[in-house]
Ligand binder design. Sequence first.
Ligand code: NAD
Ligand code: LMR
Length: 333
Amino acid sequence: MVKAVVLGAAGGIGQPLALLLKTNPLVTELGLYDIVNTPGVAADLSHIATPAKVEGYLPPDSGLAKTLKGADVVIIPAGVPRKPGVTRDDLFKINAGIVHDLAQGIAATAPDAFVLVISNPVNSTVPIVAEVYKKLGKFNPKRLFGVTTLDVVRASTFVAETLGDLSKSTEVVVPVVGGHSGVTIVPLLSRSSHPLPTAFDTEKLEALTKRIQFGGDEVVKAKDGNGSATLSMAYAGAEFANKIIKALSGGESLIAPSYVHLDADKEGGAALKKEIGKELDYFSTNVQIGPDGVEKILPLGKLTDYERQLIGSAVPELTANIEKGATFQRTPA
Ligand code: NAD
Ligand code: LMR
């Protein structure tokens, strides 16, 4: 019996994500909220023969509160996407306010829900949500997640391509740590479940690393002004959300990569900061998630010199992104 909610449900990510959640038999209620079109999206999805009862609301008549009532998991893909020439950080101007206001709504109506943030820039929007909750005295770092699964999905695909066998892409697992933008995305290719070819030289390793870090740009360029990754993001978002739904409904602990506040597991977080060599508050890494949220923040483990160098380059940008989100002051629109 899980109620899942999508905020931004009529968008490029929101619609296919809602579709994938509707196919999860553990979801018994699906709440859809957007500033446009949710009644239509909800009516459409409601005809699919799966257990979830679907409802869609718009802002009037307390639509956000109605959508969120009783929510166990809230996924936020609301906000504007990139176009060519725009960075994720450029989206902060618009998306910071959107995420801030939605977080206030969640904290008011479903303060104990697991919150999964997709809206960019994730490195900053997650701290925005945390600060909203902190101001209200309701912050539980164990239940706040930045969704970085797309980086992991891309790493699996690109490594399988490199190995010349795309059928392996569902088996390949590559840890991707740090954050979710450019150089803050750090693939640990030395730890791929399927080792790279022995003839893989430094130049090729750097090119593959760069492709994973800047995979989002490939899609933005190909869409040529019509947004960024939506379908692959919906797939990745559903993969992560379904793990959370399984953990909270079955009581089973699962491991998944996510961008979390390092207080979510104080001991694991302190150990991770030592590995990184910096007092960061947020970082993406594998976490163990159970019915109450994050149980353990797992260590990065053995790194090559090149991977240490990548983390060194990620830290200053990540630090600035976190600071920007954590100090955001909402000016009413
Ligand atoms: P989109 O424009 O297609 O959809 C966004 C939706 O949000 C729209 O339907 C819009 O009406 C809605 N929205 C705007 N303001 C809202 C508000 N105040 N309340 C509720 N809904 C609101 O964009 P998209 O392609 O779906 O991308 C959404 C966000 O996800 C972007 O910020 C994008 O950069 C980000 N994204 C993140 C990842 C990731 O890996 N974390 C991947 C892809 C995209
Ligand atoms: C992605 O990685 O595809 C998303 O963050 C969207 C983007 O702006 O690239």
